[in-house]
Write a protein that binds this ligand. Sequence first.
Ligand SMILES: Nc1ncnc2c1ncn2[C@@H]1O[C@H](COP(=O)(O)OP(=O)(O)OP(=O)(O)O)[C@@H](O)[C@H]1O
Ligand SMILES: O=C(O)C1=C[C@@H](O)[C@@H](O)[C@H](O)C1
Ligand SMILES: [Mg+2]
Length: 180
Amino acid sequence: MKCISIWGFMGAGKSTVGRALARTYAWKWLDSDTEIEKQEQLKIPDIFKRYGEEYFRQLETRFLENLWNRMQSEPQASEWLVLTTGGGMPLREENRQWLKKLGISIYLHVPFDTIAKRLNRRDSQRPLWDGSQLEVMRRKYEARLPSYRQADVVMEVQGKSVEEIVQELGALVLKPPADV
Ligand SMILES: Nc1ncnc2c1ncn2[C@@H]1O[C@H](COP(=O)(O)OP(=O)(O)OP(=O)(O)O)[C@@H](O)[C@H]1O
Ligand SMILES: O=C(O)C1=C[C@@H](O)[C@@H](O)[C@H](O)C1
Ligand SMILES: [Mg+2]
């Protein structure tokens, strides 16, 4: 089994796209935030409040190591696993290396203004998003771009429907190897 990991800022559409992609092709879907919440039996904001961001980042790295070990035990399976990542997971060099070892990585690029509209629309539970500090948030977004852009594929998704994005991703992953 190989993993297609979906990267992006908070609100980029990782979960929406990942869920739809997995459903379309009957692939497995894992969301790292959800898995970490299950394992810790705490919601992400509570993990941040009790133990801090650094602890959460360590959990993310451990999650990737464990996933790698699990995937080594089923190398013959040919299907894909869709992994939607926490928004900050690809910021650590170590995590990017794990994600690349696991398979193909896709960054969903959405302009900051769209992100801000989406996140401010919802009463979201995101410890690192503060809709009243938009310039600080914009700087955080810009500071993250160089890490996100190290994904194997940078996909512009602004203005595209979820169905269109799923179709593009499916074509990308399933395309036959190029003739040599
Ligand atoms: N292609 C799209 N077009 C329009 N709206 C979208 C698209 N993709 C996602 N959305 C909307 O954007 C919002 C954020 O999407 P989603 O929760 O999937 O993002 P995310 O990257 O998983 O964010 P986070 O992990 O920070 O919660 C949702 O309201 C979703 O319906
Ligand atoms: O962008 C981030 O750093 C985060 C995004 C969420 O998916 C969670 O992983 C957490 O709230 C941190
Ligand atoms: Mg999500």
